[in-house]
Design a protein around this ligand. Structure first.
Ligand SMILES: *Cc1c(COP(=O)(O)O)cnc(C)c1O
Length: 360
């Protein structure tokens, strides 16, 4: 068996320890004589898995008691509709456009109400986060929406926008559990887990209780109503049971690593190795303004498309997978999520140095 260094933006690298544990439990989970995949979601064994997972993410993030944690399906993209359907009481919301994912979320919300795009960094290909200290927040806005870490462009909010008292809704898919957060500053935090937590198919929604309402937009399907899932503790119907089980293992792994403060320290250390090199390199350069750089997704270019392609090809041959940039941006992107070991980043930089020497 040989494992590569996988720099994919998502689905992405998971802790090897977690994969090994899951493999060991595949045929017989904890003496049950069956795999978690084969188990009733109403069984005592499964009840324990989902309850422990919830307790552990609550502990990791310090989630206050007046927030629900929901394990849902449909990926992050389903939330683009679920959020306006459930939260648009005044049928109006403010969106800050910092990339493709925020753009898509805004376009979807527009099906349900008025969307005000109160700030955008589209003018410079989303290479920065706009100043959000004094935005023209709409009086009627039911919420202000952000994509906190922009997976494709590699930017991250270092301070949250001033929402002037309005509810903040954040897509944290690609920075979930990468550093401590103050949950109380948000109305809704959600993310697809396939970037930093587990297998695709699960989306975790952390939502303040007063935002879970019965009077959702007319026609909202039962399955797309937060209240349905909140009332049933995410067991209204069959949940993505195996995926949640893996998420639970990753939560345990994160606790063992020392929790989110320790993760932040490790993530900063890893990102610094790569950014420091990009700043000194004569061949490669980062594409994002320094202040807004993501700790998770690091896009870079040589400025020459042929050379970019050569780099991606040679990197792959050397065991560094999925370094090609997003199809809309080109160049390269290294995603260095929680589970990417520091050795992976060091090895990548060593490879880049060698490539620079040979190609400059
Ligand atoms: C990947 C990603 C999405 C889309 O996730 P799906 O689960 O594929 O719908 C949305 N937002 C962000 C920030 C992402 O990184």
């Amino acid at each position: 068996m040989s494992r590569v260094y996988n720099f994919s933006a998502g689905p992405a690298v998971l802790p090897e320890e977690v994969l090994k544990e899951a493999a060991a439990e595949m045929l017989d989970y904890n003496g049950s004589g069956m795999s978690v995949m084969e188990m009733s979601h109403r069984s005592k064994s499964y009840q324990e898995i989902i309850e422990t997972a919830e307790a552990d993410i609550r502990e990791l993030m310090g989630i206050p008691d007046n927030y629900k944690v929901l394990f849902l399906q449909g990926g992050a993209s389903q939330q683009f509709a679920m959020i306006p359907m459930n939260l648009m009481k005044n049928k109006e919301a403010d969106y800050i456009i910092t990339g493709q994912w925020a753009k898509k979320a805004a376009a979807e919300a527009e099906k349900y109400g008025k969307v005000n795009r109160v700030a955008s960094s589209a003018d410079k290909t989303f290479s920065y986060i706009p100043d959000c200290s004094d935005l023209p927040i709409s009086e009627n806005a039911d919420y202000v929406y952000i994509c906190e870490n922009n997976t494709i462009y590699g930017t991250k909010y270092k301070t949250l926008p001033n929402t002037k008292g309005k509810t903040l809704v954040a897509d944290v898919s690609s920075c979930f559990l990468s550093e401590p957060v103050d949950v109380s500053k948000y109305g809704v935090i959600y993310g697809g887990v396939q970037k930093n937590i587990g297998p695709a198919g699960v989306v975790i929604v952390i939502i303040r209780e007063d935002l879970i309402r019965e009077d959702v937009l007319p026609g909202t399907p039962t399955m797309l109503t937060y209240k349905t899932h909140a009332d049933a503790n995410s067991l209204y119907n069959t949940p993505p049971a195996y995926g949640i089980y893996i998420c639970g293992k990753v939560f345990k792994w994160l606790k063992k690593q020392g929790g989110l403060s320790a993760m932040k320290e490790k993530n900063e250390k890893k990102a610094k190795i790569l950014y420091d090199y990009l700043d000194e390199s004569k061949l490669f350069k980062g594409t994002v303004v320094k202040e807004d750089r993501s700790l998770m997704n690091v896009p870079f270019v040589t400025g020459n498309e042929e050379l970019d392609a050569k780099f991606v090809k040679e990197a792959k041959e050397a065991g560094f997978e999925n370094l090609k940039g997003h199809r809309t941006v080109g160049g390269m992107r290294a995603s260095i999520y929680n589970a990417m070991p520091i050795e992976g980043v060091e090895a990548l930089v060593a490879f880049m140095r060698k490539f620079e020497k040979e190609n400059l």
